[in-house]
Design a protein. Structure first.
Length: 174
């Protein structure tokens, strides 16, 4: 990816170029030749910004296991019914679904003798939230990093809330 769209600055491969007008290289897949405009993204709040951009050991570990941290902080899990297939041959992982996609929220309290998971962690046994997350996600995550993210979790959510209207709409031309 070494060519920048003249309208929105999105990066593209040379083979994706649709038009060239003078020195301007124009693409349709990112912004529809400049017809679609999204609000600029703000940098994420700290410490998330540090974890995403720094080169220290903790930040590198976070980026290497970012999906595990996302799963550890998830309030729901995803489920699907119908014809489900996963393709992982020579390329990016593709999840193909023909049927219904849904979120599993579950009850607000865990079953007897079960460890809380997902949204239950936020309201049940909050004194042991991080330990419950580590147990529920059963993934390779650093406890100190998870504690840091947990402390700032609701700040992150307040940062994301204003962005949701930009992602939950049908693009229109302006």
């Amino acid at each position: 990816m070494n060519i920048s769209c003249a309208n929105c600055s999105a990066l593209h491969w040379a083979g994706e170029l649709n038009k060239k007008v003078g020195n301007r290289q124009l693409f349709s897949m990112c912004c529809g030749y400049g017809k679609i405009k999204l609000n600029a993204l703000l940098p994420p709040p700290e410490p998330l910004n540090h974890l995403l951009t720094a080169i220290d050991k903790q930040s590198k570990e976070f980026r290497r296991n970012i999906r595990n941290y996302n799963n550890a902080l998830a309030m729901t899990s995803i489920g699907a019914s119908g014809n489900i297939a996963a393709h992982t041959t020579n390329g990016i992982f593709t999840y193909k679904l023909h049927g219904q996609l849904y979120h599993r929220i579950g009850s607000l309290l865990p079953e007897p003798n079960r460890t809380p998971a997902f949204a239950q962690i936020y309201i049940y046994d909050t004194d042991h939230e991080v330990d419950n997350r580590l147990h529920a996600c059963q993934a390779d995550v650093d406890k100190k990093t998870l504690e840091q993210l947990q402390i700032h979790y609701f700040l992150f959510m307040s940062f994301l809330a204003p962005l949701l209207p930009d992602f939950n709409f049908i693009p229109t031309t302006r």
